[in-house]
Design a binder for this molecule. Structure first.
Ligand SMILES: [Zn+2]
Length: 268
């Protein structure tokens, strides 16, 4: 599959990934002027052992901010992809984002080259090996004893958007400590019963979201920090549905972890 300037190549119907063979890639380089780029091995199909590769190749016109037709970002196309294509897309986007931003060695500044089929880069000078990095971020759905949930709003979000609390793991921190710290920093709340729910790759550009739920015994003490979070809301299921119907509350997009957590609670 083709990844170009942050976008995935789509099928003609624009609802699936477009898979190319070597001859088609050669023709694209020839006719439309894509650069030869880099190729990364993504893995084997579990059923028929067919190999999948990502071809990471920018278009020569990419500088003018005009995306070629037939390409879309993972955010734009993610909701339409089936499970396998989503896995392939997540892997390809995460790997390509890392390769695109690590052309030089962090130790000596020399150029690096792709090795092990795209699994690592190797410094051309000191031969040190550099591994793709994934940034851990926790996300938490906070509930109270009446089974209401607490959502927060960031100033940069679209009007009416509220979501779960989230933040990056700091060095030396456990996931649970990070969940406690983020909720305390952003909403001033003490929480207990932090339970792991699951995880989802989030290559925008290089994260994995590790999701939890938690309980607070002090819902009335919740306060937005006024910096990262500018407003908060406690919502029962009925209140949440009513606000969505009235158009006063906008939930995060379908492919986001937070949306899945909220939907899961809503239908529990
Ligand atoms: Zn080096």
């Amino acid at each position: 599959m083709h990844f170009s300037d942050g976008r995935l190549a789509l099928s003609k119907a624009a609802d699936q990934l477009n898979f190319l063979n070597a001859a088609e890639i050669a023709a694209l380089i020839e006719s439309e002027g894509f650069k030869s780029g880099e190729r990364y091995f993504l893995g084997l199909d579990q059923i028929n052992s067919e190999p999948y590769f990502a071809w990471n190749s920018p278009h020569p016109n990419s500088e003018n901010d005009h995306a070629p037709a037939g390409y879309a970002t993972l955010r734009e196309i993610g909701g339409a992809l089936d499970e396998l294509q989503m896995e392939i897309a997540l892997h390809a986007v995460a790997l390509s984002n890392w390769h695109n931003t690590h052309p030089h060695c962090a130790r000596c500044g020399a150029t690096t080259s792709i090795s092990l089929g795209g699994a690592i880069r190797t410094c051309d000078k000191d031969k040190s090996e550099h591994y793709p990095r994934t940034d851990c971020a926790v996300i938490v759905l906070v509930r109270d004893s009446q089974d209401r949930i607490l959502l927060g709003r960031q100033a940069i979000w679209p009007e009416g958007r509220f979501s779960c609390f989230a933040g990056f793991l700091e060095p030396g921190e456990t996931f649970e400590q990070c969940v406690q710290r983020e909720v305390f920093e952003e909403a001033g709340l003490a929480i207990r019963e932090i339970n792991y729910l699951g995880s989802q790759p989030w290559p925008f550009p290089a994260s994995i979201m590790i999701s939890f739920d938690a309980i607070t015994d002090f819902p009335e003490s919740a306060r937005p920090d006024g910096e990262e979070i500018v407003a908060i809301k406690w919502l029962s299921r009925d209140e949440l549905k009513a606000e969505i119907s009235a158009g006063t509350l906008l939930l995060p997009p379908d492919i986001s972890v937070s949306r899945k957590m909220i939907d899961r609670w809503l239908t529990a």
